[in-house]
Ligand binder design. Structure first.
Ligand SMILES: *Cc1c(COP(=O)(O)O)cnc(C)c1O
Length: 382
């Protein structure tokens, strides 16, 4: 892997640094301190406060949806979203094996089982043809619901994920799922600001979920947001994530087993300041992606670009190595040189909790698993 050293040199030039270069670090260059200080002074640091409302308003606007609900993290958001669209204990949920573990865990927290389908090579998202194939072969529709003929279980939802902010073929996925009466929850944790045919990811499915964890494109420290165009889901998402308390001036009455999945106002204050800079961050990342693309053109390493008709947020930049051996060498050399790089996730069925779950032929997922590496992607300071 003789090219690794020229990559290291290039990345050090890009970030103008001879120190350790992380994969993705947050940038606090706006109103973060001001909003946090104001929140502390107000004493409303916890579950009530104006920044939670402001954040929800900003998120509905950015995602072009009717309603956004702030939650404590993205994983909890997906868990509740699945519950809201009707996932019950014993049900099955279609998803991709090439994802971060939170996607599969959110299914398990509902006592449902993931079914792992293949991804497409070009966008690394759930493959519409794999989805169509699985349903044609194994599914049947009864009484307005979709059932798995192999297991007899209900296929209660589909949970595609927009890998590294590259939009999956979400219109096609939603179309297929509609045909089969399967609700769609988009794991848009990584794709805030990404567009598919000029529309925000997260806005195509019944519910979309974004994450504001510290490693994402913008952060609230920890947090998430559900977005939806369905009024009932919007109202119930708020209700269910705030202990299912019936409104009353002073009485405590809860009519369901609700969750305490609120986002604290302190975190919302941070998120609001960060969201004010989202466009600036997106532009900087787009410029960086252009530079990387140009640089890698003269190497044997492929830089992954957005597809036609999509706009990626370039949250984590991704390159494709020729094979596992060159990938392993590239990872070793770059990390030892203090330039942080990471392989894409191991496929979910390699993890002990998910090794017995159904999966289809995983040709594309396995191809990508062996070759994809993330390289430093932070917004540049200048
Ligand atoms: C980050 C992430 C999540 C979870 O978000 P948290 O806010 O960290 O709980 C879920 N799915 C994917 C694909 C992610 O990258």
């Amino acid at each position: 892997m003789k090219e690794a050293n020229s990559v290291i040199k290039y990345i050090r030039e890009v970030y103008k640094s001879n120190d350790f270069i992380p994969l993705h670090e947050p940038r606090f260059v706006g109103n973060e301190k001001r909003y946090l200080e104001e929140t502390i002074d107000s004493t409303f640091v916890s579950s009530l406060g104006k920044y939670v409302d402001k954040f929800e308003g900003m998120m509905a606007q950015i995602s072009e949806t009717k309603k956004a609900v702030a939650v404590v993290n993205g994983t909890a958001g997906i868990q509740v979203a699945l519950n809201l669209v009707g996932v019950q204990p014993g049900d099955e949920v279609l998803t991709q094996s090439l994802t971060f573990v939170a996607t599969a865990n959110a299914i398990s927290y509902n006592n449902a089982t993931p079914i792992f389908l293949d991804v497409d090579l070009d966008d690394m998202g759930l493959s519409p043809s794999a989805l169509q194939n699985f349903l044609n072969t194994h599914a049947e529709n009864r009484e307005g619901h979709c059932f798995n003929k192999l297991t007899g279980k209900k296929i209660a939802a589909c949970l595609p994920m927009h890998t590294f902010g590259f939009p999956a073929k979400i219109i096609e996925i939603v179309r297929i799922c509609k045909e089969w009466n399967i609700p769609v929850v988009e794991d848009a944790a990584e794709s805030l600001g990404s567009l598919y045919q000029n529309k925000s990811t997260g806005s195509f499915g019944d519910i979309g979920v974004f994450s504001f964890n510290g490693n994402k494109i913008v952060t609230s420290g920890g947090g998430g947001a559900l977005v939806t165009n369905n009024d009932n889901f919007g109202i119930n998402a708020k209700y269910l994530t705030t202990t299912a308390k019936r409104p009353h001036a002073y009485e405590y009455f809860h009519d369901q087993l609700g969750f305490n999945f609120r986002m604290p106002n302190l975190n919302a204050a941070l998120a609001c300041a960060q969201l004010e800079n989202l466009d600036k961050f997106l532009n900087d990342k787009r410029e960086l992606a252009e530079m990387y693309s140009e640089f890698f053109r003269s190497t044997s390493i492929k830089f992954r670009k957005e597809l036609d008709d999509t706009r990626a947020n370039y949250w984590l930049m991704a390159v494709e190595l020729e094979n596992r051996t060159s990938r392993d060498q590239f990872l070793k050399i770059t990390n030892e040189a203090g330039v942080m790089t990471r392989p894409i996730w191991q496929l979910m069925y390699r993890l002990p909790m998910y090794k017995n779950c159904y999966r289809d032929k995983q040709e594309n997922a396995e191809y990508l698993e062996e070759r994809i590496v993330n390289i430093p992607s932070s917004v540049r300071l200048n």
